[in-house]
Design a protein around this ligand. Structure first.
Ligand code: NAD
Ligand code: ZN
Length: 354
């Protein structure tokens, strides 16, 4: 089969590799019908994730069809259309029993396209298939569902739920990439009073307004002042950090009100300053987290009932064998306007974003 193989920093190729096969009774093999590329894949390609070995097939998000299932698999059968979650779960360890699948100690967690071969391929072997695959109702389109493999549960669990968004809240979302936009869309489940989006790119702020932000502000134009003005000087109830750089984390701790919550979603590569000298007196809660994907069934229900605008994040589509071109378009998001790039099933024509 063909797959996107990592060959060390800066080097990948769409090439022939052996077909995956069942290795453990709990495995399934899935034919990949729809797949996407994550910002994390770009980090891997740059060499920022050293655990990823040369020769690894990348990708941790897909929708596909089960073609083989090991004798221990109970919940899916060959022929089933399934969502492949970015998190695999043994289901037995202490963390899995607490729904903390991201922290699985039994061989799961984020393994696909990281520690085992991933989804940017014609076929993928999925360990712990019972808990790592979600059968899809026919009402759900693959292109919509694929965004529930990672970014929607990430934004919802690590941003909206960790931040405890409640009716009437002022929610500031810093970073309007796919994860920030998904946080805006899922924060709306709780009817916040207003959502304020902050980004450096005006195109992303426009996307934020489309997904439900009530106000937007460029990060270069005093976002803290706008939050202060809109909240009568109080600050935001919840600030969601969806970038992963020190400035944005520090901005979140500045815009949050006393007693408010900062939910950090961004993956940080550098230390950020925790201004405890200002924060200690303000009863602020700060949360961090890796996505667990415990919310995927709920998000699939919301998608099926038309309450999740996931396909609005898809800006570009390619056939699977144009993976390398899709990576280029996604990596140059500032020029191409790419939010999410989806490969696979028709429509196969590239749609150039506005
Ligand atoms: P992205 O790079 O597509 O989007 C980041 C956005 O932040 C961009 O729109 C960019 O313009 C904006 N930005 C950059 N610098 C800024 C600044 N100083 N102020 C305001 N905005 C700024 O990333 P994404 O795919 O949306 O992911 C967001 C973050 O979430 C990343 O750090 C990603 O690694 C992380 N993530 C975390 C988890 C988890 O489990 N915690 C899972 C997936 C992704
Ligand atoms: Zn586990």
């Amino acid at each position: 089969m063909k797959a996107l193989v990592f060959h060390g920093p800066g080097k990948t190729s769409w090439q022939d590799v052996p077909d995956p096969a069942i290795e453990d009774p709990a495995d399934a093999v899935v034919r990949v019908d729809t797949v996407t590329i994550c910002g994390t894949d770009l980090h891997i390609v740059k060499g920022d994730v050293p655990e990823v070995a040369s020769g690894r097939v990348l990708g941790h998000e897909a929708v596909g069809t089960v073609v083989d299932a090991g004798p221990g698999v109970r919940t899916v059968r060959p022929g089933d259309r399934v969502l492949v979650s970015c998190i695999s779960a043994c289901g037995r360890c202490r963390f899995c029993r607490e729904n903390r699948y991201g922290q699985c100690r039994g061989g799961g967690g984020w393994i696909l396209g990281h520690l085992v071969d991933g989804t940017q391929a014609e076929y993928v072997r999925v360990p712990f298939a019972d808990l790592s695959l979600h059968p899809l109702p026919s009402a759900v389109r693959s292109e919509d569902a694929v965004l529930l493999a990672d970014i929607f549960p990430t934004a919802y669990e690590v941003g909206v739920l960790a931040g405890q968004v409640a009716p009437g809240d002022t929610v500031v979302v810093v970073g309007a990439g796919p994860v920030g936009l998904a946080a805006i869309a899922t924060a709306r489940f709780f009817t916040p009073g207003r959502i304020i989006a902050v980004d450096l790119a005006d195109t992303r702020l426009a996307a934020a307004r489309e997904l439900g932000a009530d106000a937007t502000v460029n990060a270069a134009e005093e976002p803290a002042k706008l939050v202060e003005d809109l909240t009568g000087g109080l600050g935001a109830d919840v600030a969601v950090e969806a970038v992963g750089v020190p400035e944005t984390f520090e901005l979140c701790t500045r815009v949050v009100r006393p007693g408010g919550r900062v939910a950090n979603v961004g993956v940080h590569g550098k230390p950020a300053v925790l201004h405890l000298e200002d924060l200690w007196i303000r009863d602020v809660t700060i949360t961090t987290g890796l996505v667990d994907t415990f919310s995927t069934p709920l998000l699939l229900d919301m998608l099926a009932s038309g309450r999740l605008p996931s396909s609005r994040l898809v800006t570009h589509r390619f056939p699977l064998d144009r993976m390398e071109e899709a990576y280029e378009v996604f990596a140059k998001a500032a020029d191409t306007g790419a939010l999410k790039v989806v490969l696979g099933e028709p429509p196969h024509d590239t749609v150039v974003a506005a």
